[in-house]
Design a protein around this ligand. Sequence first.
Ligand SMILES: [Zn+2]
Length: 321
Amino acid sequence: MHSISSAAVPAATPTTTVRTARDVAALGTVLGIWAHPDDEVYLSAGIMAAATEAGNRVVVVTATRGEHGTDDPVRWPPERLSAVRVGELAASLAALDGGRGRIEHRFLGESHGRRHVDGTLAATAPDGPVTELATIIEEIAPDTVLTFGPDGMTGHPDHRAVAAWTRQALRRTAAAPRLLQATCTVEWSREFGGLLPPMDGSPDTFPVTPAADLAVELRLDAATLGRKVAALAAQDSQTGALREALGARRYRRFVGTEAFRQDAGVRSAPRRGVGTRSRAGTAPLLPAPGGRSGPARPPHPGGRPCADLCVPACAAARRPA
Ligand SMILES: [Zn+2]
């Protein structure tokens, strides 16, 4: 049962910014709550690797199997893509952990006999998934929850839904973990922000948080970055096109820093890079919320079922550095 509280999401005691793998140990038990396979590895692989090395428990919850993460559903029908992505996710977490099986994973809803569908989360009545998440949070009793902010990072409606569900779930439990939301550093935004059109056309995507306001600013050391790149490569259906588009060295910079802000008190930085991105001639790379119609997306290199966080590959491929 869940103790229902009308209180706001509890703000954990602020601590110093997590900057090194050693600092990550202070995050305690880490619960990552994400929408699709590959969200977790792009945004938190280094944290997960460092936490497991420190002996901390790490649990990843993924809301969907990413079965619609393609613009070629004939070649990649949902059943096929779901199977591919489930296998890729398991291989990715294994690669991140050196095959030791210390990163736990579950799909949201499976313990309740439910299966959430990629691309439908924003249209899903929240009570069911919020209850499912609250059950997991009470069971795991995390010290730290990692997820998206209300921006969904990319603006993906599924990401925004997961962020909202997570906050609601925390209100339903007695747990009071630190709620950390993925964000972008100023430096990262300067280099990559111009490549990243928001998926839903909203101006709050790819949020930039000043260094002083970051709860986590983890610049991965070479060994951890190598493990992250291997874990990303294990999800090749979603990540391969971006890796090819950026090139190996730039790709390592793209994924080499992980940044999170604490839930409350976020201040927006000037959206340099992001704010000056050129939108002219750039068709939306994902359909607007509520439909999959709209301008066709450009083909992805190699015919991969590329979508989601990998979508910037389109822009990167068309705008060489
Ligand atoms: Zn995603």
